[in-house]
Design a protein around this ligand. Structure first.
Ligand SMILES: NC(=O)c1ccc[n+]([C@@H]2O[C@H](COP(=O)([O-])OP(=O)(O)OC[C@H]3O[C@@H](n4cnc5c(N)ncnc54)[C@H](OP(=O)(O)O)[C@@H]3O)[C@@H](O)[C@H]2O)c1
Length: 263
């Protein structure tokens, strides 16, 4: 039986789905009593930062996916934003000191960040943002989740235990390329309009992003405009199939970028 902490977000939800598909028992943790999780998952409601609230987690858990605020490529590539790298590193250290067997999945920019652009795309077809030249290697949440499932179900602890994996997508688009690829997925010409960085934070709370995200996001974009973010072939080497390109993510999620109201 596997415990997934962070089961309502992109990586956790996909991991729950894949574990269930493989016939495994899953306990999905959420702080939200109204959360809807994949059929077949046992839901444990509580706040993982206050373990005493997790009263419905059964005994007999074999392995745990710890997803929220856990790890990122930022640890190895902090650029000028060491504060964020240090936060992730502190979580990794706690995991290493836990006495449990562990695998660290340090992930690059998620393809699943792109829905933050959806309201602008639906309304105007123009994404307004800073650092259009910033190059990352966006990773599909399925690739991360498949890696997580491999590590969780590695019952002999032969392959993944004690391993730190830097996971990225297979291609390295800049932000303009990503907007263009979304346009191809929805059959509409889209464009990226460059803003001064100072103009961007004001727009972000309206996109539902957490308070610390503008600093974090703008900081890394500034760095990746100067020097591309990391790119590895780890997903392909460990999964034995090519990592999924951003275009695959965009095609699967195209509905988010299309207005349901036709004029
Ligand atoms: N987005 C990126 O580009 C990127 C890049 C590299 C690494 N990462 C890291 O990858 C991991 C997975 O990201 P994700 O987007 O799937 O998940 P996430 O946004 O970090 O959050 C996962 C879920 O965890 C739960 N949660 C429990 N305690 C929380 C807390 N104190 N603060 C925030 N959420 C809490 C929330 O679910 P409930 O509300 O249901 O409890 C939330 O939906 C995170 O560690 C993230 O930092 C992200």
């Amino acid at each position: 039986m596997f415990l997934v902490i962070g089961a309502t977000a992109s990586v956790g939800r996909e991991t729950v789905r894949l574990l269930l598909q493989a016939g495994e028992k899953v306990v999905a943790v959420t702080r939200d009593p109204a959360a809807v999780l994949p059929d077949g998952a046992q839901v444990a409601t509580g706040d993982p930062s206050r373990p005493d609230t997790l009263t419905t987690v059964p005994d007999g858990v074999d392995a745990v996916l710890l997803s929220p605020r856990a790890s990122a490529s930022t640890v190895e590539h902090p650029a000028d934003h060491r504060r964020f790298a240090d936060e992730f590193r502190a979580v990794e250290e706690a995991v290493r000191r836990s006495g449990l067997r562990w695998t660290l999945l340090r992930c690059a920019d998620f393809a699943a960040n792109a829905p933050a652009w959806a309201p602008q795309i639906r309304a105007t077809g123009v994404v307004r943002g800073a650092y259009g030249d910033a190059v990352t290697s966006p990773i599909h949440q399925r690739d991360i989740a498949e890696m997580a499932v491999r590590a969780l179900t590695d019952r002999e602890h032969a392959v993944h235990a004690g391993r730190t994996c830097l996971l990225t997508g297979p291609q390295s688009p800049d932000q303009r390329d990503k907007v263009r690829v979304i346009g191809e997925a929805i059959g509409r010409e889209l464009s990226f309009q460059e803003l001064a960085p100072a103009q961007v934070p004001q727009a972000m709370p309206a996109q539902g992003l957490a308070e610390d995200i503008p600093d974090r996001l703008l900081g890394s974009l500034a760095d990746y405009a100067n020097k591309p973010g990391p790119s590895t072939d780890t997903v392909e080497r460990l999964l034995g199939r090519p990592a999924l390109p951003f275009a695959a993510w965009a095609a699967e999620n195209s509905a988010a970028f299309v207005s349901s109201v036709r004029s």
